[in-house]
Ligand binder design. Structure first.
Ligand SMILES: [Zn+2]
Length: 194
């Protein structure tokens, strides 16, 4: 694949997303990727604030987030997933592995797979056992690692399952459920747009 700007090999792939679906993709060389990311900082435009999002972020101290960008590099081990505040401009980036990043990218682009993948099987298992994924909550950060719960409602009970951020996001995109972060944590980690 060639860089859309100069024809050199494209080694960085940027997927822009809104509401859990890809809205555009860029395939760029390293120099043009740097330029693009500099010219289009994540969080420059607020994600459309909706009544539902406002209501959700107003509940307690949890803030609703949307997956707004995925940066996949063929030359680095670590990929970037960027989450933006639904009713504001705060962002945070989470480093994920290439396998999960690719899986997430396929989900965002709704690329079909012939047989159920791990996350499909996981979602089906929860449903088959009478559960419903309510939301995903990023609730802590320890030693540069985000801690995330997938909250599953089963009858009158809600159980929280500890999962990696990348797995939680794949599940959230797959099932189209809200992604939330503890308000204090967003306050602590949201930096300038990147
Ligand atoms: Zn280029």
């Amino acid at each position: 694949m060639k860089c859309q700007e100069c024809g050199q090999p494209a080694i960085i792939h940027v997927t822009e997303a809104r509401k859990m679906a890809a809205v555009s993709e860029r395939h760029l060389c390293e120099a043009h990727a740097r330029q693009y990311l500099q010219d289009h900082p994540a969080g420059a435009e607020p994600v459309a604030a909706t009544a539902a999002a406002q209501a959700s972020s107003g509940q307690g101290a949890e803030v609703r987030m949307d997956l707004i960008r995925l940066v996949i590099s063929e030359v680095h081990d670590q990929q970037l997933m960027i989450l933006g505040e639904v009713s504001g401009r705060r962002c945070l980036s989470v480093v994920i592995g290439i396998f999960k990043a690719t899986s997430l990218d396929r989900r965002l682009k709704q690329l079909p797979s012939p047989r159920p993948l791990t996350h499909d099987a996981w979602a089906d298992t929860i449903g088959t056992l009478g559960g419903r994924v309510q939301d995903v909550l990023i609730h802590d950060l320890r030693e540069h690692t985000y801690y995330v719960w997938v909250r599953i409602r089963q009858g009158e009970h809600v159980v929280a399952v500890d999962v990696r951020p990348s797995d939680a996001l794949v599940l959230a995109v797959l099932l189209q459920v809200p992604v939330l972060i503890a308000g204090w944590l967003l306050e602590e980690v949201s930096g300038p747009a990147q």
